[in-house]
Structures are given as structure tokens and as C-alpha cells.
Design a protein around this ligand. Structure first.
Ligand code: IMP
Length: 430
């Protein structure tokens, strides 16, 4: 009956999709619990590249059931085209293995337009959202005015209610933001087409998951974004609008904590961030550019969803320790270790300096967080290429010590290390 929860420990883009793909090979169900098509990752299997934004990574493992849970916000147009693209790549997308919770909320083109209008209005204080309409859709959910996926079951009712939501959103766009309305008839026609395509996928996913857990099946709860983007415990207001942390898996999928046996945190071996907001270990020098890469490789640090270059910096041990606390991590996965090869020295922030004081915990106030200066510990790098290494003992001594230092700082064991983009480029530790 185990549920394993997989979360990001930084600002997203830690490589969770790849780890979910790996865990899926031993699972029965992979379920996404929060967010929407603001997330994105690329999985390479052999010569084929798959781009996923909404469908859980388990879809690439035949026999694994994939669920999009109630905590998600779903753009029907994106989901329909993602499923069609997977089908074109000969992935089995039959409704008996893919389920969309009737309780998930829907994103409309009007939500996207409001997202853009709000960002424009924020000016200098813009969050740097992905413009996918995520925030406005969660606003409607909390205001109890949203449309849920279950509405797609009945085409006539769906068309009527969707029209009313689009009209109300257009009114808001005009009155509050003086922005262009979304063309109503064409948007509605597209949404209705997508709704009829998606209707067979609808189901009560809390029931599906609880029945599976009762039957001793293994469920992977796949988080999106990262702990620092969590609506409650992230760096508010520079966050996304959902519960990205382990607790969000329970509310977003509708099952209880007694089933959870592993909480796996994924941390990149350094730090990246897209969007605005403070980032204590950010680098603006040649080292930062080296961590980012040029964009020539698919694994370089450029957003999968928006293509934006990511901000880069040294590993922030204070942040990963915070993520260990907020999520109750039982283990850590360190990704992209190979990118650190050939730096002479590496730095890890072990604490912050705030107003002349040394602090070891993330401050809860944004102004304090913005004023934090990292206190670095410098550790030796390693010149060797480690992309071919498959056991911990064969790693260069400095790389082993880097991992052991993270374990000591965060007080959580590292169970897996990735050393390259391919499925087998990883070191399983325990
Ligand atoms: P939103 O989720 O589009 O509203 O964006 C809010 C913030 O979260 C922005 O800083 C985005 O860059 C960030 N964000 C959202 N999704 C992701 C993701 O999958 N990876 C990294 N950052 C993300």
C-alpha cells in the first residue's frame, strides 16, 4: 500500500520528471497532484524525445496508470494536444490507463489573458509567470467560481457554463485591465472540441488511488515546481498558486497520510530559478554562465515551457535543509552532478548572513530573504568526466565528499545521483 511522494526542493526544474520516469518502472500508478501546464519536462527514451506538461511521466511505461489529480488546473486545449502528440509517437493513451480527476479545475484562454494583463500591470514587481493562466484559474477555484473538469461530461451544460465563464472573464479584462477580450465563439468552439475528446478520461481519481493503495499497489505522487514556489511555504509572492510540497499530494489527490512511506526530494547539484524574486546564491559571472550552458543541449538551463534562460547559482544548503523540513523528506536525489565536473572549487551556502547575524533557517519574510547574503563553504571540485560512472565508490573522492557534505548539511541521506541525461546515467546509492 505504499505511496511515494516526489517533490522539488528548490525552485522547480530539479529534474523530477526524469526521477518520476525512473520510479515509474516499479510503480502501478503515477499521479500528478498540483499545478498545470506551467510545468514541463523532456524525457528521452532511445532516439525518441517526449515533451510532457500535464500527463505524468509514467505514461512512457506500458502498464502504468497515469492520473491527473484534483489539485491540478488543466487547460483542455493543451491536454488534448499533448495526448494527441503522444499518440502520434505511438504511446498508448487509452482512457483505461489515463485518468483526469473530475475535480480538477479548468484553465480557459481568458485565464491566460488575465495572467498576461496582471503581469503587465505589476510592472517592475512582475512575478515572471509562465503566462499559462495558472494564477487566475486558482483564483476562480478559491472564489468558488471555477469550472471543473467534470463539467466536460455533458457537452450542452459544458458549452453553456463555459460561455458564461468566458463572458465574465472578458468583462473583467475590459473593466479592470482595459485589455482586449478573447474572441468568444472561436474559443468556445475549440474548448468544446477538446472537452468531447477528453470526456472519456474523466474519473474519480481519489477513489482510483485509494482502491489501488488498499490493494497494495505502489503509487508515485509526482510534484510539479519546487518547495520555494509553494503558495504557503515558498518565497511569497514570487511563487506559483498551488501546493507544491508533500502535503499537497494528500489534498491534491485525496488520500490520507497513513499510506505515505517515502518522501523523495529532488535537488539539482547547484541552484536555478526562472522568474523574479530573491535568490541568495545567484551568480552573474562566468561560473554562472557555465552552470547554465549555452542552450545548445536540451539539458542546458533554459525553460522547457517558456524557453527563458534560467538564473543560476551555487547550491543553497539552507534552502534544501528547509525543503527537508517542510516536506519531511526521507531521502534526497541529487541531479546534474556531471555539470559540476571541472570546476576547480565549488561553493555550498551553509548559512546566511542577515543584518549582521548568522542565520541557519530560511526567513519567512521576503524582505529578510532578499537581504540574506550566503555564507559559503568552499569545497574542492574534480576534473574527471563522471558521465560514465555508475557506482558511488567509483566517483572521484571530491565528488563523493560533495555528496556527503550535502547529506550532513541537510541531514537526509542521498539515495540517487544523476550524472547525465540518459535513463541509465545514474548512481543508485541505497
Ligand atoms: P506561474 O506558475 O506561471 O503562475 O508562475 C509563477 C512562478 O513560478 C514564476 O516565477 C514561474 O517562473 C515559476 N514556475 C512555474 N512553473 C515552473 C516550473 O515548472 N519550473 C520552474 N519555475 C516555474
Amino acid at each position: 500500500m505504499p505511496a511515494h511522494i516526489l517533490v522539488g526542493t528548490q525552485w522547480g526544474d530539479e529534474g523530477k520528471g526524469r526521477i518520476a520516469d525512473w520510479l515509474a518502472s516499479q510503480a502501478d500508478i503515477v499521479a500528478r497532484y498540483a499545478g498545470g501546464d506551467n510545468a514541463g519536462h523532456t524525457v528521452r527514451v532511445g532516439d525518441e524525445t517526449y515533451k510532457l506538461h500535464l500527463v505524468p511521466s509514467g505514461v512512457l511505461h506500458p502498464g502504468v496508470k497515469c492520473i491527473m489529480g484534483a489539485g491540478m488546473v488543466i487547460n483542455p486545449l493543451t491536454l488534448a494536444s499533448e495526448l494527441r502528440a503522444l499518440a502520434a509517437q505511438r504511446v498508448d493513451i487509452s482512457p483505461n490507463r489515463i485518468q483526469l480527476s473530475t475535480r480538477a479545475h479548468l484553465i480557459t484562454p481568458v485565464h491566460r489573458a488575465i495572467d498576461a494583463a496582471r503581469e503587465a500591470q505589476r510592472g517592475q514587481r512582475a512575478i515572471g509567470t509562465t503566462m499559462r493562466g495558472i494564477g487566475p484559474a486558482y483564483v476562480d477555484r478559491t472564489a468558488r467560481e471555477g469550472l471543473r473538469a467534470g463539467e466536460m461530461e455533458n457537452p450542452d451544460i459544458f458549452a453553456r457554463r463555459m460561455r458564461a465563464r468566458l463572458e465574465a472573464g472578458n468583462q473583467l479584462l475590459a473593466d479592470v485591465y482595459q485589455a482586449e477580450p478573447v474572441p468568444l465563439d472561436s474559443a468556445l468552439a475549440e474548448l468544446c472540441e477538446a472537452a468531447s475528446f477528453l470526456a472519456p478520461y474523466l474519473g474519480d481519481s481519489s477513489l482510483t488511488i485509494n482502491e489501488a493503495l488498499e490493494a497494495d499497489k505502489t503509487v508515485i505522487c509526482e510534484g510539479a515546481q519546487g518547495t520555494l514556489l509553494d503558495i504557503d511555504h515558498g518565497g511569497y509572492p514570487y511563487v506559483t498558486s498551488s501546493s507544491t510540497i508533500a502535503g499537497g499530494a494528500l489534498t491534491g489527490l485525496g488520500f490520507g497520510p497513513r499510506y505515505v512511506d517515502r518522501v523523495i526530494g529532488v535537488a539539482k547539484a547547484f541552484t536555478t530559478r526562472v522568474g523574479s524574486g530573491p535568490m541568495p546564491t545567484e551568480l552573474h559571472d562566468e561560473a554562472g554562465a557555465r552552470l547554465r550552458g549555452t542552450g545548445a543541449n536540451p539539458w542546458d538551463e533554459f525553460g522547457t515551457t517558456t524557453g527563458r534562460p534560467r538564473r543560476t547559482g551555487w547550491l543553497d544548503g539552507v534552502m534544501v535543509r528547509y525543503a527537508a523540513r517542510i516536506n519531511g523528506l526521507t531521502e534526497l536525489v541529487i541531479t546534474k552532478m556531471d555539470v559540476l565536473s571541472s570546476f576547480v572549487d565549488l561553493k555550498i551556502a551553509e548559512a546566511y548572513q542577515l543584518n549582521g547575524q548568522m542565520v541557519r533557517h530560511m526567513p519567512s519574510e521576503l524582505d529578510d530573504f532578499a537581504a540574506c547574503e550566503p555564507v559559503y563553504e568552499t569545497v574542492p571540485g574534480w576534473p574527471e568526466d563522471i558521465t560514465g560512472v555508475r557506482t558511488f565508490d567509483s566517483l572521484p573522492g571530491a565528488a563523493r565528499r560533495y555528496i556527503e557534505r550535502i547529506e550532513a548539511l541537510v541531514n537526509v541521506p542521498v539515495s540517487l545521483i544523476t550524472v547525465g541525461p540518459a535513463r541509465d546515467q545514474s548512481i543508485q546509492r541505497r
